[in-house]
Design a protein around this ligand. Structure first.
Ligand code: ATP
Length: 238
């Protein structure tokens, strides 16, 4: 199976503060890859480096086998890499329909935006019901769905999601995870940062456990789910 997005010995952080230390990860095509680990482990920082929002001080990032390390975020997006950042960040004064429309601002996505929006309404029926509502009036779960749908409007090959379920009620979390599985089944490669390690390992095919800016452990998700060491350290199971 081919690798869609790869980081090789990636280092970087915030100015002088180096957070990531030689991080190497690979997201296989059409799979969900989870990034888990405690607060401050560097998961968000890794997402920002992959999307180009923070510079890498060392290492390589390959998208579809091509180096994108030197490219700014819009250029990476144009090549198929879309990040849905932590905290939803939808514009409160835009309607759902307009939010989807601006998600398709890239030239190659613009012409088919109406069809893609219809596809999003099939994937997220709640958004269809609220298509003329202002984003600011949506519930937290609906805003997260809108952020996800906006991220998909550019028709990405890789979708990176930073803690999409943060602060959401359990039933909405289940709904979102079902939608992520459907998105994966359409062939999109997904990178998922998630606090809920159990749910993340259940959904994902492969997972990286991060600690202190490094990959502490990685493997097929079902193996990590069964690993006594992972269960004891990260799931509070004796
Ligand atoms: P969380 O689950 O809490 O979001 P995380 O694994 O995503 O954790 P990061 O947000 O990547 O972790 O943070 C990694 C480290 O980088 C932390 O020590 C954090 O304090 C530091 N950090 C985050 N943002 C900044 C910033 N803007 N400037 C300096 N240091 C930062």
């Amino acid at each position: 199976m081919s690798v869609q997005l790869e980081a090789i010995a990636l280092c970087g952080g915030y100015g002088e503060i180096q957070i990531l230390k030689q991080v190497s990860v690979a997201l296989k095509t059409g799979q969900v890859t989870a990034f888990v680990g405690s607060n401050g482990a560097g998961k968000t920082t890794l997402m920002k480096l992959l999307a180009g929002l923070l510079p890498a001080s060392q290492g390589q990032i390959l998208l579809g086998g091509r180096s994108v390390s030197a490219l700014a975020p819009p250029a990476r997006l144009a090549l198929g890499l879309s990040l849905v950042p932590e905290g939803r960040m939808v514009f409160p004064d835009l309607t759902v329909a307009d939010t989807l429309r601006i998600g398709a601002y890239l030239p190659q996505a613009r012409s088919g935006w109406k069809d893609r929006a219809e596809h999003m309404y099939e994937l997220f029926p709640r958004l269809k019901e609220r298509r003329n509502s202002l984003a600011g009036f949506l519930s937290g779960g609906e805003q997260q769905m809108l952020a996800l749908a906006r991220g998909l409007m550019s028709n990405p090959s890789v979708l990176l999601l930073d803690e999409p379920t943060l602060g959401l009620a359990p039933t909405i979390v289940d709904e979102l995870f079902e939608i992520l599985a459907r998105i994966r089944d359409t062939g999109v490669t997904i990178g998922l940062v998630e606090q809920n390690i159990h749910a993340a390992l259940n959904l994902s095919d492969y997972a990286y456990v991060m600690e202190d800016g490094k990959v502490a452990l990685s493997g097929p998700s079902d193996e990590l789910l069964d690993s006594p060491a992972v269960r004891a350290a990260y799931m509070g199971v004796e």
